[in-house]
Design a protein around this ligand. Structure first.
Ligand SMILES: O=C(O)C1=C[C@@H](OP(=O)(O)O)[C@@H](O)[C@H](O)C1
Ligand SMILES: C=C(OP(=O)(O)O)C(=O)O
Length: 400
């Protein structure tokens, strides 16, 4: 199948079919588990989706979700509200360093019973079956939007729905909008303003079929590749103009990095516009945190400086992505300064040509650096990490 999809067509375009969005898929799997009446097409093939799917159909007392952040957060809310037996929820060594206290405290306000097994504030968690008593909670939204999405997804199945009040600014906002729109498309009632979200209970759910759009975050590596290759034309499917995914902002973000996007049917065509970017590339990426690595590496390959902000969530992801980016971009000769929320990169005059890039168990480190293969002879360590979100990545990439 991939062979056919990836053939170079007669128009000189390389065609790639990217699997369904992992964020959309994982949200839909929770709704499917709660209502049993949802057919999902084009489900993500990512490891993160597969572990969530397996967990939701498991009757074991110990659930291990490996590196999957959304699975950890969504299942914490799911079990805290609906489990009928005590469950231990754990993950990889890194997952046990990724904070979850904000979500757990929110659930405790509803009357949930959750204990930390090792370190307070971090997985693994022991979650007990209880009857919840409250339908309102106050929660910070500035650390990870996943905590809020987790609560939104379980809310309509709670007897009285849920009122979520924010006690801080919201980070990664488009991911909350994705949860909201996806749920509204399925018929759930949600009111969302800058201070709160109110979700009405819903018991009756008609059988529905929904098709997951392909993953825009995965598409970012092809945007980078096109930005770094003057004569490459790619056809990526299946994408739409009115995406639920905030990372569709790639279209704008890369237009000033020399990539033109054309929507054609259910595909996007990417071409190098041959408009060389000028000066320093400055962006606040708070709405698109998963694109930070791709964009920083594109700028390095293009030989332009970047000043990226809005990055404070990067240090609690698969690895501390700010440190990882600094370490690895410096191997190419770049000068990189980071603080809690920023990354400033000045490229070298000439890229070092043989660095070995470490990937820190982070799929996005491997995929973000891959397009530099057009400019250097880099080696990427542990390339199989890409399975977390895009298991077919190397096959698709090498075919181009
Ligand atoms: O809800 C989601 O599907 C996601 C939200 C984001 O996390 P944060 O809200 O923690 O930034 C993003 O980085 C992650 O890859 C997926
Ligand atoms: C941060 C990510 O995933 P998660 O938080 O779900 O592990 C990601 O895919 O870049």
């Amino acid at each position: 199948m991939n062979k056919i999809l990836q053939q170079k067509s007669h128009k000189g375009e390389h065609r790639i079919s990217i699997c369904g969005s992992k964020s959309e898929s994982n949200r839909l799997l929770i709704i499917q588990a709660l209502y049993n009446k949802l057919n999902i097409q084009n489900l993500s093939t990512s490891d993160d989706t597969q572990v969530l799917k397996a967990a939701l159909s498991s009757d074991k007392d110990l659930i291990d979700i490996h590196h999957a952040g959304t699975a950890m957060r969504f299942l914490t809310a799911y079990y805290a509200c609906f489990t009928i037996k005590t469950v231990t929820l754990t993950g990889s060594e890194r997952m046990q360093q990724r904070p979850i206290k904000i979500l757990v405290d929110g659930l405790l306000q509803l009357g949930a019973k959750i204990e930390y097994i090792n370190n307070e504030g971090y997985p693994p968690l022991k979650i007990y079956p209880v009857k919840l008593k409250q339908n309102k909670l106050n929660i910070r939204a500035d650390t990870s939007s996943q905590y809020i999405s987790a609560l939104m997804l379980v809310a309509p199945k709670l007897k009285e729905g849920l009122q979520i009040n924010f006690t801080s600014k919201i980070t990664s906002l488009p991911y909350l909008k994705m949860t909201q729109k996806l749920m509204q498309n399925l018929g759930f009632e949600i009111n969302f303003d800058s201070k709160s979200i109110n979700i009405k209970p819903k018991n009756h759910f008609e059988t529905q079929t929904i098709k997951v759009e392909s993953d825009w975050s995965s598409a970012s590596y092809y945007y980078s590749l096109v930005a770094l290759s003057s004569d490459l034309k790619l056809n990526l499917s299946t994408f739409k103009n009115d995406s639920l995914q905030g990372d569709s902002k790639l279209v704008d973000l890369y237009s000033s990095l020399g990539v033109k996007t054309t929507f054609k049917g259910d595909s996007i065509i990417l071409e190098n516009s041959n408009k060389t970017p000028l000066g320093v590339y400055s962006q606040n990426l708070n709405h698109t945190p998963d694109l930070a690595q791709t964009i920083a590496v594109t700028c390095l390959g293009l030989g332009i400086s970047c000043q990226l902000s809005g990055l404070h969530t990067l240090k609690i992801k698969e690895t501390d992505r700010l440190v990882a980016l600094k370490n690895e971009m410096e191997k190419f000769g770049a000068s990189v300064q980071i603080d809690n929320d920023h990354l400033h990169m000045t490229p070298p005059k000439t890229l070092n040509s043989n660095p070995t890039v470490n990937t820190y168990n982070d799929h996005r480190m491997a995929m973000a650096f891959a397009p530099l293969k057009t400019k250097t002879n880099l080696i990427i360590r542990d390339p199989e990490v890409v399975g977390k979100s895009y298991p077919e990545f190397w096959k698709d990439f090498e075919n181009i």
